[in-house]
Design a protein. Structure first.
Length: 390
């Protein structure tokens, strides 16, 4: 805000302005004789704008005295004729009003400048605070990203360690059988050679199955996709499932009519259904109901927002549900981890659901798990609808 002029300087400016105006009026008297006060109005306005109301009132008084003394008859006297007195009074009143209005405008402008400067100061302060907050947030975000990267790396290393440990354990068991049987055969003729050979073949077959499961989990298995009907695949497998299940477990199929065809490897989908049926059977030791269902489903962006590899669109849903013991939240969170199993030692490799997960992902699908303790489990798999199926 501009510095307010000192009073002495303001009154000096008023004297100079009135003096110069008087000289100008005298020089232009031939044109201003009828209105000698004309040039004094802008002078008073300028003095008031510069020095404030006091300087403006002082300039008004000097202007009135100058008019009376120099420009109104009888000249060089402060006494004036009545008619000129009225004119002088009107001039004085008008200039007082102008000085007041100019002073008010001057104060308003000063207040406006003060408020503007205060607002600008606050904006600067707030901007500085926001910049400091933004820098702090950027630092926190960078730290969080680094921590998340470190955590992800640690989780990857832990998963690799778990996978390597599980593979080593399972293959060590199989190799023990193979090596032991081979050594016994190499030692000489054995009466039970056929049994040893069968043990070697069985262990080798289990090793091959384990390898296929690992390939499925890692999504490196060579698939042979083709168009097929999921309903037909389930219907063809029902007789096998019924023979597999104990008497206390009933199975039912709830298959949607006019289901679009899917493009996937039917052999791998059969393996998926078999794994899910076996898991459901193990979850119902006291018996229950196992349901295999199909349906057409449209997945919205909200449905696939947690899976960045999946696109919204039309899918065919395959669901296997049981009325078994269910899982708690902690167990369900690890259900798709390799070598994680809730079965007793020797009853499962822990690769069933993880291989299902790998096959589904390699087929551009989605797998979900819904479960509750005592409320059973439903595993849902979504296969994309083939464009060729219409």
């Amino acid at each position: 805000m501009a510095e307010r002029p000192r009073p002495a300087l303001s009154y000096g400016v008023a004297i100079s302005a009135v003096g110069l105006t008087s000289l100008a009026t005298d020089a232009l008297w031939n044109w201003l004789e009828s209105s000698p006060s004309l040039l004094f109005f802008p002078a008073i306005i300028a003095v008031t704008q510069y020095g404030g109301l006091g300087a403006g009132l002082f300039a008004t008084g000097l202007s009135s005295a100058s008019l009376a003394f120099f420009f109104l008859p009888p000249y060089f006297s402060l006494t004036v004729q009545p008619a000129d007195g009225v004119r002088l009074a009107v001039f004085a009143g008008t200039t007082l009003m102008v000085a007041g209005l100019t002073s008010a405008r001057r104060r308003a402008e000063a207040q406006y400048r003060q408020l503007s400067e205060e607002l600008e100061r606050r904006v600067r302060d707030r901007t500085a605070e926001l910049e400091a907050t933004t820098r702090a947030l950027e630092t926190q975000i960078a730290q969080r990203v680094r921590l998340e990267e470190q955590m992800a790396q640690a989780q990857r290393l832990e998963a690799v360690g778990l996978l390597a440990g599980g593979i080593a354990h399972d293959f060590n068991n199989l190799l023990t059988i193979i090596i032991g049987s081979a050594e016994m055969l190499a030692a000489g003729p054995e009466d039970d050679a056929d049994v040893l050979i069968a043990a070697i073949q069985k262990a080798a077959a289990r090793a091959a199955t384990l390898t296929r499961q690992l390939l499925a989990y890692s999504r490196r298995q060579i698939l042979q996709p083709q168009l097929f009907s999921l309903n037909a695949l389930v219907e063809d497998g029902l007789p096998l499932f019924e023979r597999l299940l104990p008497y206390a477990i009933s199975i039912r199929a709830d298959l949607a009519p006019d289901l679009p065809q899917v493009y996937a490897d039917p052999g791998q989908v059969e393996q998926i259904v078999m794994n899910l049926v076996v898991n459901a059977m193990d979850a119902m030791p006291e018996g229950g109901t196992l349901t295999v269902s199909t349906a057409a489903k449209h997945l919205t962006p909200d449905d696939v927002r947690d899976d960045f590899e999946l696109e919204p669109g039309f899918y065919v849903r395959l669901a296997v549900s049981d009325t078994g013991i269910g899982m708690d939240r902690a167990t369900a969170a690890r259900a798709f981890e390799p070598f994680f199993t809730t079965k007793p030692i020797g009853k499962g490799t822990g690769l069933g659901l993880s291989s299902v997960y790998g096959i589904v992902k390699q087929s551009d699908g989605l797998i979900t798990l819904e479960t509750a303790v005592g409320g059973g489990t439903t595993v849902s798999i979504y296969f994309p609808v083939s464009a060729a199926s219409g």
